[in-house]
Design a protein around this ligand. Structure first.
Ligand code: KG4
Ligand code: ZN
Length: 332
């Protein structure tokens, strides 16, 4: 089955053609990062406008890349929630128009479900059930993936998402947007034990990152006021370690408590080098099989939407032409 997938939930306009949920025939991503950089973050109005300008070209080049025409597509999948409403609406309306014009089924795809499905592309043998850490700019969840379209969130952040904490700490350190990837790079030359941060005490599998973020802000401001120099690579590496230790310790506890032996990682923060390295080792030490998408499938893309779209289709999750975009929606 061939699915044309469309993604426009944040600042990437993307389209892809995916076969049977696992094989990517084409994947096109048009990033707006350069434009949002000067504002230090995504400006929703600009994002929506650029999606509207780019979507037609991006979809066309995905079809061309797969060397097929719209007639040969079996269904159209689109990210409809959660995300920036003005951005989501562009993809949803474009997908509705195509589905109507070409008389194809329309498949609504939840953004976080699609991040998890990036692993199905990378690992053709991967099947639920497994436990997944989903960490992006807007969410940090520990999710029981009970089946392809059946999820249970057992841990979530009580305040900032992990990606948001990376971005805000990075900004305080004077790094450009998007901060996470720059902080990751800077930390390569740093000592991750140079600074210690207070351990967050919350029961269960929930997260909290705002205290860590505030600690970094206070540390930098105090040093500035006293005229002291901070060696930023050390601060970046220490902050990154604190975030990674928190994420991984909760995930490992959940895996142990709930007896999962298959662990996956997903979302933009899955690109973090320290997180990848740490989880790989912890899973190997505990005899868990570990799955993580390659870097090009960690950030927002439409290939993952095509992958999840296939399983939504098989479960009968189809949308009618009055499908609307939704800014907030649980993965469950
Ligand atoms: O999934 P994503 O592309 O967009 C959302 O759905 O939010 O995630 C973006 C987030 C941003 O906060 C970005 O800074 C973070 O992922 N990120 C990273 C790295 N690459 C991207 N955070 C830490 N280290 C990285 N290497
Ligand atoms: Zn995302």
């Amino acid at each position: 089955m061939l699915i044309l997938a469309i993604e426009s939930s944040c600042d990437e306009t993307a389209a892809a053609v995916v076969k049977d949920g696992r094989e990517v025939l084409s994947s096109v991503i048009s990033s707006q990062v350069e434009e949002h950089k000067i504002y230090g973050g995504v400006v929703p109005e600009i994002a929506g406008r650029r999606h509207a300008e780019n979507i037609s070209k991006v979809v066309q080049s995905a079809l061309q890349g797969a060397e097929i025409s719209l007639d040969n597509i079996d269904a159209i999948a689109v990210t409809y929630a959660p995300g920036l409403i003005g951005a989501l609406l562009v993809g949803v309306n474009f997908a509705k128009g195509l589905a109507f014009a070409a008389n194809k089924p329309l498949i609504p795809v939840h953004h976080l479900r699609s991040h998890i499905a990036a692993n199905y592309i990378a690992y053709p043998e991967l099947k639920p059930p497994f436990l997944c850490l989903v960490a992006s700019g807007g969410h940090s969840h520990i999710v029981e993936c009970k089946d392809y379209t059946k999820f249970k969130v057992i841990g979530r952040t009580r305040d900032d998402a992990a990606g948001e904490a990376f971005d805000k700490a990075a900004r305080t350190m004077g790094l450009p947007y998007p901060g996470g990837v720059h902080l990751d790079k800077l930390s390569q030359n740093g000592n991750d034990e140079a600074y210690t941060f207070p351990k967050v005490k919350i029961d269960g599998y929930d997260f909290s990152f705002s205290g860590l973020k505030t600690a970094v802000i206070n540390l930098v401001h105090n040093a500035q006021q006293k005229g002291e120099e901070i060696y930023m690579p050390d601060l970046a590496a220490s902050f990154q370690k604190a975030v990674v230790d928190f994420l991984t310790s909760r995930l490992m506890k959940a895996a142990n408590d709930l007896k999962y032996d298959k662990i996956a990682l997903a979302g933009g923060v899955a690109a973090n080098s320290a997180l990848r390295k740490s989880l790989k080792k912890l899973c190997s030490d505990n005899n868990y099989t570990f799955y993580m998408p390659p870097l090009n499938l960690c950030g927002d893309n439409a290939a993952m939407v095509g992958a999840q779209g296939y399983y939504e289709y098989l479960s009968g999750n189809l949308a009618s032409l009055d499908l609307n975009a939704t800014a907030n929606m649980s993965i469950e």
